[in-house]
Structures are given as structure tokens and as C-alpha cells.
Write a protein that binds this ligand. Structure first.
Ligand code: 13P
Length: 346
């Protein structure tokens, strides 16, 4: 293994006790998040909200990197400092969402393929100049009794690997994100089967396309029962099946697995990560790259008002701290209550 900068960056992103904040919602997705607090999204409100998150005092104790959206990497804090510099000054690595979203896969009725490869080499070089040191590309797969098709699995795996190879050429660590969506009534067994097939295809393509897995991170779903399943698996079963799946299908050379939260409750996302780490050590670091499960309480506390910024920052800090504890298997549900007592009111 050649020791190089990509390996160092990948390792820094999964440093002990630290994880990644996904703040790279597209304009459509951030509107969905703002809808939950009845707020019309505007460029200034998106900027203000992200400034609150990025300037949270002490967040760098638990956060190693932040994934930005194309608009956000070009925006600045109120004092004029560009966001990538705001983060870098705290020792947080800026990252960038490199794909341009999911579109219907041709000749299928409802399967999706992720687009954004055209012109990607130039965009990645620009993002590197703007301060990004890692990137992400998300592919999605729906579970039914028949889906995902092999066609969908391999089309997305090919694109993920093309993106990852271009990232490594540009000096960016690729986060490879194949997300098997957990909506529906499927069993945990079905989730396990589909996630396994997806991971096999992804690693086949990554190796075929010469990607150095030591300089990558994997951002997968956890193996869950469908959100609408009648008899859903509990925390220990989720942890066991997810680990079993990754032990069989993810090379030990991958430095870290940084889970997405994917619509789980904040507490579930933290408890599942905690249970997996409690049975460690594992070949890879097991960490988080959560969007909703880190931001939910902060968004509600902010409620679109500058005056609520300190409360929003406390909420975000608190969730980041709990997920940091989960990285060491040291989280307990009793820790959920502490913020209410004003444990941290800097
Ligand atoms: P969630 O944690 O909300 O699933 O978001 C993570 C992410 O980056 C999805 O691409």
C-alpha cells in the first residue's frame, strides 16, 4: 500500500470519536426539510441555516468533515469568510456532493440511476480549488419483491466507480454511497440480501476501475426491516445483520464505513451505530455521515429565526456528541436527556 494524501484524508475523516455532517441537501431536499418548520427556502435562509451549523462552538470535537452542496461551497459566513475556510479553520474537512441527483433509469418503470458524470473531471478540480478534500456520490435502490434489478445495480455501480476514480485523480477522497432505501414492508432478510448484492457490484466495479480502496470511504444504509414492516427487527438484530453483511462484502482495506441515517429516528440511528461499535474492534472504523439524524433537532430549534441560533447550535452539538459516544459503544439512552438540563450552555 502506498502511503499518500488520500489515505491520510480518509483516515482523518474517521478519526476516533469523530464523524461527518451531511449538509449537502439539494435545493429540492432542503425545501422538504424547511417544509417541516413551514419555511419557504431562499438562498439567504439556506446560507444562514448552514452558517449556524458550521459555526457551532465545539462541533469540531465530534465532527471531522462536512459535506456541502454546490451552492454552499461558494457561500460565505456573515463576516465574509467562505464556508470552506470557516470549516478548515476549525480543523473540519470540507467535502462536496458531486452527483446531480437521481433520474429514471432508461427502459425501467421506476428504478433510478444517479447522474453527473458529464464534465465531472473539471468540476472536481474546481471543488478542490475551492477547498474540498473529499466528495460524495449517492445511488439509490428501492426494495420490492422483484427490485432492484441487476440492471439498476450494475448501472449504478459503474457510475459510482467512474466517479470514485475521477475523485482520486483530482486528489479528493470519494465517499461511495450506495443507499438501499428502507421504505416499504420488506423483512430484514430481504434488506440483507439486496444490500449484499449491491455491495458486491460496487466493489467489483471499484476494483475493475482501478480505485484504491484505501483512499475511499463507504457510506451505506444499515440493514433494517422496512419502515412499514409489521414486525421490525430490534437494535441488536439490526447491528448483527448489518455487521454480518459488511464482513462478507466490504474489503478490510476500506478505512471506514460512515453510515447514512436514511430516515431512521435520531435515537435509532445513534443506538444502531452504538451497538455495532460495542462489539468491536472491526476491520474498518464504523462512523456516521448523518444528515437528518444530526440536524433534525437543530432545524426545529432554529425555526427560521436568527435569535434561535444558540439553541440550534446546542441541539446540533448535543446530537454530534451522542453520535461520537456511539463510535466508542459508550452511548446510553439516558444521555438523550442531558441537553434539557442545560448541560452545555456556552
Ligand atoms: P441522511 O442521514 O438524512 O440519510 O442523509 C445522509 C445523506 O447524505 C444522504 O445522501
Amino acid at each position: 500500500m502506498t502511503h499518500n494524501e488520500l489515505h491520510e484524508t480518509a483516515k482523518a475523516l474517521v478519526a476516533p470519536g469523530k464523524g461527518i455532517l451531511a449538509a449537502d441537501e439539494s435545493d429540492t431536499t432542503i425545501q422538504k426539510r424547511f417544509d417541516t418548520i413551514h419555511l419557504e427556502s431562499s438562498e439567504e435562509l439556506r446560507r444562514a441555516y448552514r452558517e449556524i451549523l458550521f459555526t457551532t462552538p465545539g462541533a469540531e470535537e465530534f465532527i471531522s468533515g462536512v459535506i456541502l452542496f454546490d451552492e454552499t461551497i461558494r457561500q460565505s459566513a456573515s463576516d465574509g469568510t467562505p464556508f470552506p475556510q470557516v470549516l478548515a479553520a476549525k480543523g473540519i474537512l470540507p467535502g462536496i456532493k458531486a452527483d446531480i441527483g437521481q433520474h429514471r433509469l432508461a427502459l425501467t418503470e421506476r428504478e433510478m440511476v444517479t447522474e453527473g458524470l458529464d464534465g465531472l473531471r473539471d468540476r472536481l478540480h474546481e471543488y478542490h480549488r475551492l477547498g474540498a478534500r473529499f466528495a460524495k456520490w449517492r445511488a439509490t435502490y428501492s426494495i420490492t419483491d422483484e427490485l432492484p434489478s441487476d440492471y439498476c445495480i450494475w448501472a449504478n455501480a459503474h457510475a459510482l466507480a467512474r466517479y470514485a476514480a475521477l475523485c482520486q485523480e483530482a486528489g479528493l477522497v470519494p465517499i461511495v454511497e450506495p443507499e438501499v432505501l428502507q421504505d416499504g414492508t420488506h423483512t430484514i432478510e430481504r434488506s440483507y440480501h439486496v444490500t449484499s448484492r449491491v455491495l458486491d457490484a460496487v466493489y467489483t466495479e471499484l476494483f475493475d476501475q482501478r480505485v484504491d480502496v484505501f483512499g475511499t470511504l463507504l457510506k451505506p444504509n444499515m440493514v433494517l426491516s422496512g419502515y412499514d414492516a409489521a414486525d421490525r427487527a430490534g437494535v441488536e438484530e439490526v447491528a448483527d445483520r448489518t455487521l454480518e453483511c459488511f464482513y462478507k462484502h466490504v474489503p478490510a482495506g476500506v478505512p471506514g464505513i460512515v453510515f447514512l441515517s436514511g430516515g431512521q429516528s435520531d435515537e435509532d440511528a445513534t443506538a444502531h451505530l452504538n451497538a455495532m461499535n460495542a462489539s468491536g474492534p472491526h476491520p474498518w472504523e464504523l462512523s456516521f455521515s448523518y444528515g437528518r439524524a444530526l440536524q433534525g433537532p437543530a432545524l426545529r430549534a432554529w425555526d427560521g429565526e436568527w435569535a434561535n441560533a444558540p439553541a440550534a447550535q446546542r441541539s446540533y452539538y448535543h446530537r454530534a456528541k451522542l453520535n461520537s459516544a456511539a463510535r466508542a459503544g459508550a452511548y446510553t439512552s439516558a444521555m438523550e436527556e442531558v441537553l434539557i438540563d442545560g448541560e452545555r450552555d456556552r
